[in-house]
Design a protein. Structure first.
Length: 167
């Protein structure tokens, strides 16, 4: 059996999806592919069903919030080919005022709770999710705690005054 290389994975994805592939990187030797959000489900299905690629294990989904150079949110997917022990990362970015991406649950049923957690903390809405609601925070929280929208520390807190501790 021929070894599955990053180059081969990239070739297959570029051949099939061309314009949907925005950027390819290899930080710390982890193949990382930034894609257009509209292509997510098609790319996940291809990675899952292709006889050579076989990325049939979804390790994790998370969100990211970047504030510069422009304010964007992103969904990050970590996939694993268990038989060949290969891992890849997919990223899709979108404007903060339109935080919607297709749900991965039609391909990976295990995405259900991962997407709920990502929604709960980042406010990313997964279109087509069977039960998208908060999973850890209270329903009436009113904000998404992992977005970079709040001061890191409350300046009115007196318990943080170093002079109270002899410093």
């Amino acid at each position: 059996m021929e070894e599955l290389t990053h180059q081969r994975i990239q070739e297959k994805l570029t051949e099939k999806f061309g314009d949907a592939i925005i950027k390819v990187e290899e930080p710390y030797n982890l193949l990382t592919i930034t894609i257009k959000r509209e292509s997510l489900l098609d790319i996940l299905r291809f990675l899952y069903n292709d006889q050579e690629l076989e990325f049939q294990f979804l390790t994790d989904i998370t969100g990211v919030h970047f504030t510069a150079p422009e304010e964007v949110l992103g969904a990050v997917y970590h996939l694993h080919n268990l038989p060949k022990n290969k891992r890849i990362r997919l990223k899709a970015f979108f404007p903060k005022n339109d935080p919607v991406i297709d749900s991965a649950t039609p391909v990976f049923s295990g995405a259900n709770w991962m997407e709920r957690e990502t929604y709960d903390f980042f406010g990313i809405q997964f279109k087509g999710h069977p039960n998208l609601k908060r999973i850890l925070n209270v329903d009436d929280l009113g904000y998404f705690p992992l977005r970079k929208e709040y001061a890191l520390e409350d300046s009115t807190r007196t318990d943080k005054d170093d002079s109270l501790f002899g410093r």
